[in-house]
Design a binder for this molecule. Sequence first.
Ligand SMILES: *Cc1c(COP(=O)(O)O)cnc(C)c1O
Length: 350
Amino acid sequence: MSRVILGKDIEQWMKDFPHLQQLMKTEPITWINDRKSNHEPIHLTIEEAEQRLRRFAPFLASVFPDTQANQGLIESPIQRVVLAEQEIEKQFGKNPGNLWLKCDHQLPISGSIKARGGIYEVLAHAEKLAFQHGMLRESDDYSILADESFRSFFSSHKIAVGSTGNLGLSIGVMGAALGFQVTVHMSADAKQWKKDLLRTRGVEVIEYTSDYSKAVEEGRKQAEADPTTHFVDDENSTTLFVGYATAAKRLAGQLAEQGIEVSAERPLHVYLPCGVGGGPGGVTYGLKQEFGEHVQCFFVEPTHSPCMVLGMMTGYHDRISVQDFGIDNQTIADGAAYLRYHDGRGFNAL
Ligand SMILES: *Cc1c(COP(=O)(O)O)cnc(C)c1O
């Protein structure tokens, strides 16, 4: 093979990064980040985001009945998954410790982690517009946002997003519920039912035959040409990121409720399904603020789309792609996040 990537031939790449051999064969690997630092380059106020979500809770409870059980907060339960523990022990010959599932597939409104960041960004944008136009104050009961006057106001504003499915679903459903004109640029792998559902809510869905990056690029381009459009940028938005980060404090509360201590003796391992957006990064950012060095986060990717590990391991981030290395980026792997908890008897890395 004499392929050259970024001026370096493939043999040299494999020498520099031995994991690439397996990665290119779409075999599972584990890579531990040795360049991790404890410095916090960004300072986002998660507390502000939590307060914003609390302000919106009465509105959400009135418009989305599935949030009522939690008084309008969008949250999911945690659940011990004993069968998975047994299966892992059987397959790997090691007791994985107590394994819990954070059931974000059950999150109200849109059934994925995007119900955290995506919905939060739409709410933050709506609030900003309503404040600017003197229609809303922080001290108001936000259930007034369901009134026709707000719907009519938001209907002159546009929101756009590029998505493989779940982000578009979250932005589209929430944007439409407030009255926004929403355009979702969907990549080829987006499921049909998500596009159908969005269209029934009056969302414009534009379909692409290519992958996610093309859908995002198009969406961004069209939005830039129109100053009345707010583009939700999955890869760069700090608003999305901080929305995801709010998961951490709530999780800490749920762990405490179960009597689960997180400490140096009993560290928490979190396995986060990872794509290219801000989801796992935001949650990790929040968890580090909650638990510091007592939590370790592992980003889990499909073997056919290992873009994050490729970018981080090589240090080339978005300058290289899995396709450069002959990996096909074909996957239907949706996520499931696992928490592994040390039960005092010890565990080993999987
Ligand atoms: C978005 C998403 C993730 C995380 O993906 P990122 O693109 O890294 O934010 C994981 N699982 C599911 C089901 C998702 O929708």
